[in-house]
Ligand binder design. Structure first.
Ligand code: GLN
Length: 204
């Protein structure tokens, strides 16, 4: 069975764990989910999720607990990472905020809290590359991507990129873990050839 890790320093950890389990079931995979609060666990993981929360806090904690380099090694080995909301900000190459020490896993620069006050939180049906039907995307004080560099844009909202892929990394400005729809987790972890890599190719 595969081992999934959810970075558990902040954010919707249980919701991501549930979504990973649902997506795995939908793809005929078995998965064991582990929570990551300390270094030493990421190297055992075949796939990783980095939830939202507050990006300056998550940045401080992943670097402080020496998880950051392990996440970089995971991605360098071609293993999938799904980074959501504040996770996208931390995974980016430029958060436009000195308090965020970016992991530079996605060639993209970010504008934090990009969707304005009156739309602090909203849900929108989002067309996403690779999904047939629109995805119910929940945005909560969401960032947007300013400049994509080498990353591929998978979805836009109001013309701005809100889901991107860069090699084994899929990152969203919204919260796919907050809906019963696990297709985005499926896309990030169990469908993309590039993303799947040798670590996931085991007999069913
Ligand atoms: N606004 C948060 C930040 O900039 C992200 C919000 C979220 O993860 N829901 O860090």
């Amino acid at each position: 069975s595969l081992t999934a890790g959810v970075v558990a320093v902040q954010g919707n950890v249980d919701e991501h764990a549930d979504a990973i389990e649902r997506a795995a079931r939908a793809h005929g995979r078995e998965v064991t989910v582990r929570e990551i609060r300390d270094s030493g666990i990421v190297p055992d993981c075949d796939l990783l999720a980095m939830p939202g929360g507050e990006s300056t806090t998550i940045s401080r904690l992943v670097h402080g607990e020496r998880i950051a380099d392990e996440i970089r090694d995971h991605v360098a080995a071609g293993k999938p990472l799904l980074a959501t909301c504040a996770g996208l900000i931390v995974a980016s190459s430029d958060a436009n905020d000195d308090r965020v020490d970016e992991l530079e896993l996605i060639d993209a620069s970010i504008e934090r809290n990009a969707f304005g006050r009156q739309k602090d939180s909203f849900e929108a049906p989002l067309e996403i590359d690779g999904l047939e039907e629109p995805f119910p995307a929940v945005f909560i004080r969401a960032p947007a991507v300013d400049d994509v560099g080498d990353a591929d844009v998978l979805a836009r909202w109001e013309g701005r990129p809100v889901a991107v892929r860069d090699g084994p990394v899929v990152a969203t400005a919204f919260h796919p873990e907050l809906t019963p729809d696990s297709r985005l987790h499926g896309l990030a972890f169990f469908e993309n050839e590039e993303s799947i890599g040798p670590a996931l190719e085991e007999p069913a």
